[in-house]
Design a protein around this ligand. Structure first.
Ligand code: FAD
Length: 302
């Protein structure tokens, strides 16, 4: 029996984790349990999302600064252009800088209106590239941006979307994190096209461990990510079987990561949904593990 792709893991895999700010005490408990479980894996950074229209501004700030205060992790704050003037966005950024936060994930954000059409806020940053340039004027932040292996739904073409990514990098971004995707070839083609377009910053695959296939299918439809047929078939029949679904989810994501690693990827960004278990298991498979535990006295004697 040979296990495919086992020998293709890079020596030094880097991971990062995304969390969202909790709304309730119970959600806060899950978040902090996840943060604590994942902390020993020594991620390159952890990021905290920003709710649509700045709806989580305070909670994002609280979560990011608490991570900075209470853990050894390096937090990054997401920031969007939606529903805020440049001055307001700059003020939020300055507050982060003053609190010692040096890394921003700069995004346009989505339309807060019910018609779903994005309209720049008067006096605000219109697109993520403008935000990146603005942030670099506030302070010398490390800036990450979003990238789309399957083009962003509003892009006029795949080329225009890649030009947009190039503008974000030219404005000062030093890392692109991708929207989630499931087909390894889709990512590899995108990475090659980005390289051919002169984009030299790391393009980090965004990995979404699928715990609820039905929800992910709905979400994927909204953000233009395709669901391969094999994946639908793999999860078929498990709607009411959360336990098996979780094991299958770990296997599917581990296989995806190994496929990416075999094609040269050595950095992975996990959309944790504030849960540690799947992400922890996949990291283990990728060779990302906590330092060796100190042997117990019984083991040392043996
Ligand atoms: P942009 O890079 O500005 O691009 C948006 C669209 O506009 C693209 O189609 C682009 O091609 C087009 N475009 C860009 N410039 C121009 C121009 N000058 N003229 C015409 N068209 C143009 N959302 C949140 O609300 N909060 C978050 O915390 C959050 N985190 C995310 C993290 C990651 C890693 C990713 C991948 C997405 C995240 N999102 C978040 C979602 C993101 O806000 C949406 O995908 C949004 O629709 C686009 O954001 P962007 O930064 O990619 O926008």
């Amino acid at each position: 029996l040979t296990l495919p792709l086992c020998n293709h893991l890079p020596d030094d895999v880097k991971v990062s984790f995304e969390f969202f700010p909790p709304k309730t005490d119970k959600m806060a408990e899950s978040l902090w349990a996840a943060v604590k479980r994942l902390e020993p894996l020594d991620p390159a950074f952890v990021s905290v999302t920003y709710g649509a229209g700045g709806s989580t501004r305070e909670r994002t700030h609280e979560t990011v600064t608490r991570i900075a205060r209470e853990t050894a992790l390096k937090p990054a704050a997401h920031l969007t252009c939606v529903d805020a003037t440049r001055e307001e966005v700059d003020t939020v950024a300055r507050q982060y800088w003053d609190a010692g936060i040096r890394h921003i994930v700069a995004l346009r954000g989505d339309a807060p209106d019910s018609d779903g059409v994005y309209r720049p806020t008067p006096g605000g940053y219109a697109f993520a590239a403008d935000l990146v340039a603005g942030l670099k004027k506030v302070a010398d932040f490390e800036v990450s941006v979003a990238a789309y292996p399957e083009p962003h739904p509003e892009a006029s073409s795949a080329e225009a979307d890649l030009d947009n990514l190039k503008r974000k990098v030219d404005a000062g971004a030093t890392r692109a994190i991708t929207q989630f995707f499931f087909d390894v070839d889709v990512f590899n083609r995108f990475r090659d096209r980005a390289a051919a377009a002169g984009i030299t910053v790391p393009i980090v695959p965004g990995i979404l461990p699928v715990s609820n296939f039905t929800t992910v299918t709905k979400f994927a439809g909204m953000c233009g990510a395709s669901i391969p047929q094999w994946m639908a078939e793999t999860f078929d029949g498990l709607d009411d079987d959360a336990e098996t679904r979780k094991m299958v989810a770990a296997m599917v994501a581990a296989q995806q990561c190994r496929g990416l690693a075999a094609a040269g990827a050595d950095q992975f960004h996990f959309y944790t949904l504030n849960r540690a278990d799947l992400t922890y298991a996949i990291c283990h498979v990728l060779g990302v593990r906590p330092p060796m535990p100190v042997p117990s006295p019984a083991m040392a004697e043996a």
